[in-house]
Write a protein that binds this ligand. Structure first.
Ligand code: SAH
Ligand code: SF4
Length: 394
């Protein structure tokens, strides 16, 4: 199973089937001396029926089910802690991977609004820790541990998909609205830098996107990057309709290098040149994320500079203003009036923009925070307070 109970035994010799493409799974079945069509059946059970147990695969012979249970697993992660926001629109889990590493994933639920239907978005981690050390980011302060495998990336999505299928969600106070029972969107905005783990990320995206797999439209997925020019160009050649978000966070090199060390290696001009190439190749709009840090990058002068920087991209640039989530670092979000003024200046430059609504602020919403607190408590020998077993913090 992808998210297993603490009691389930796995062995290092077992093959984890999660994260294999259908072709790879077929090849593995052939090695076992089984016909390739068995792979398609198992794929169907994993990605359509979302099962975690070979015993449930009722169209396989019993002997094969028993053999698979001995020789393979479907994911190897364990939920170590779980938090739900008071309004239950944000749910965060801390997952322990097979080697003991800890990562976070978040489910964000949105009620139907106007003409649009309800959404269920998973914020997915791509690495344990992160190598890029942005000063406002809790994950960045941990340093880099390792890349996640395609299976470990997919496991996060399937966990929440199962949860919603078992208990569809309806917004509190909207009893007549339609319940949502499936994942509608993915954002690769959890722990880590997705484009630093390019191959595993792409394998996960393709499996999640493929009709035989999880079958989620690429247009419903967003990859967020700190801005690695070569990887942005590579992504533009994948022929995938995924959305790209670039973490900009400052309108000039001096300021960006202060909060984002990566800027010393890839300054703004190089990131924007790669964005120009991406737009030329895909004709797709790019979202520029801009974490607003009061007194650091939220001045009217910064807004003008940002507007001038992005205006040449015309309708292909959209800015998402994100009031900073509080972490251990001493940053504060700007007052609403400062945010409004910042956005107004961007509009004056013809740059479309929006502001990210804060959510889950009662549950360590910024990625990396739950893990930071969990590890600190464990060090003090009080892990049980956050729930060493799956727990709901209400
Ligand atoms: N490494 C990738 C994706 C993960 S971070 C990236 O940096 O884009 C996802 C987004 O969350 C990024 O835009 C990141 O800058 C932002 N972020 C990090 N720490 C934050 C904080 N404390 N408050 C608000 N946003 C934060
Ligand atoms: Fe890494 Fe993104 Fe955090 Fe920067 S913001 S440290 S790139 S996860």
């Amino acid at each position: 199973m992808s998210i297993r109970g603490r009691t389930t035994e796995t062995s290092a010799s077992q093959r984890d089937l999660l994260g294999l493409t259908l072709r790879q799974l077929e090849a593995w079945f052939q090695e076992l001396g089984e016909p390739a069509y068995r792979a398609r059946q198992v794929y169907n059970w994993i990605y359509k029926h979302l099962v975690t147990d070979f015993a449930a695969m009722s169209d396989l012979p019993l002997s094969l089910r028993e053999r698979l249970a001995g020789e393979a697993t479907i994911g190897q992660a364990t939920v170590r802690s779980e938090q739900h926001s008071r309004d239950d629109r944000t749910r965060k889990i801390l997952l322990e991977l097979a080697d003991g590493r800890l990562i976070e994933s978040v489910l964000m639920l949105y009620p139907p609004l106007g003409g649009s239907s309800a959404r269920a978005t998973v914020c997915v981690s791509s690495q344990a820790g992160c190598a890029f050390g942005c000063t406002f980011c809790a994950t960045g302060q941990m340093g880099f541990e390792r890349h996640l495998s395609a299976g470990e990336i997919i496991a996060q999505v399937l966990h929440f998909a199962r949860e919603l299928r078992a208990a569809p969600w309806r917004a509190q106070g909207l009893p007549s609205s339609q319940a949502i029972d499936h994942i509608t969107n993915l954002v690769f905005m959890g722990m880590g830098e997705p484009l630093h783990n390019y191959d595993n990320l792409m394998q996960a995206v393709r499996i999640l996107n493929s009709p035989e797999g999880f079958n989620l439209g690429a247009r419903h997925m967003t990859i967020s990057t700190v801005g690695l020019p070569h990887a942005i160009r590579r992504l533009s050649r994948e022929g995938l309709q995924v959305n790209l978000a670039i973490s900009l966070h400052a309108p000039n090199d001096e300021l960006r290098s202060q909060t984002m060390p990566v800027n010393r290696k890839y300054p703004l001009a190089e990131v924007l040149a790669a964005c120009q190439d991406y737009i030329a190749a895909t004709r797709r709009q790019i979202t520029f994320e801009y974490v607003l840090l009061a007194g650091v990058n939220d001045s009217p002068a910064c807004a003008h500079q940002l507007g001038e920087l992005l205006a040449p991209l015309k309708q292909y640039a959209h800015v998402n203003c994100i009031p900073v989530n509080k972490t251990a670092a001493a940053y504060r979000p700007p007052a609403p009036e400062a945010i409004r003024r910042f956005r107004e200046i961007l509009f004056q430059h013809g740059v479309s923009n929006s502001v990210r609504a804060e959510r889950g602020d009662d549950i360590d919403a910024a990625c990396g925070q739950l893990r930071t607190r969990f590890v600190a408590l464990q060090r003090r020998g009080r892990a049980q307070e956050t729930g060493a077993e799956p727990a709901r913090t209400l």
